[in-house]
Design a protein around this ligand. Sequence first.
Ligand SMILES: NC(=O)c1ccc[n+]([C@@H]2O[C@H](COP(=O)([O-])OP(=O)(O)OC[C@H]3O[C@@H](n4cnc5c(N)ncnc54)[C@H](O)[C@@H]3O)[C@@H](O)[C@H]2O)c1
Length: 53
Amino acid sequence: MQSENLLVTGGCGFIGSNFIRFMLADANFQGRIINLDSLTYAGNPENLQGLGQ
Ligand SMILES: NC(=O)c1ccc[n+]([C@@H]2O[C@H](COP(=O)([O-])OP(=O)(O)OC[C@H]3O[C@@H](n4cnc5c(N)ncnc54)[C@H](O)[C@@H]3O)[C@@H](O)[C@H]2O)c1
């Protein structure tokens, strides 16, 4: 079981948002994920829609 917390940069982009969804779908991951994104043209918070705050 993984209980580390993760800091993801660019989590509102294509790779970052899919990585966050991948990690949260893993039942063995019990940590928290902090997303740090400067919301450039490529960042879209809707990529994380449906996930908890
Ligand atoms: N539907 C698709 O197939 C699709 C869609 C988008 C991108 N792509 C591909 O994915 C690859 C790029 O994906 P990606 O996720 O690396 O890039 P991205 O451009 O999709 O996302 C980058 C993220 O990083 C953020 N960001 C940029 N500078 C930052 C900074 N200084 N601090 C914090 N956040 C910052 C942006 O706001 C954005 O959310 C490319 O190969 C592209 O062609 C594919």
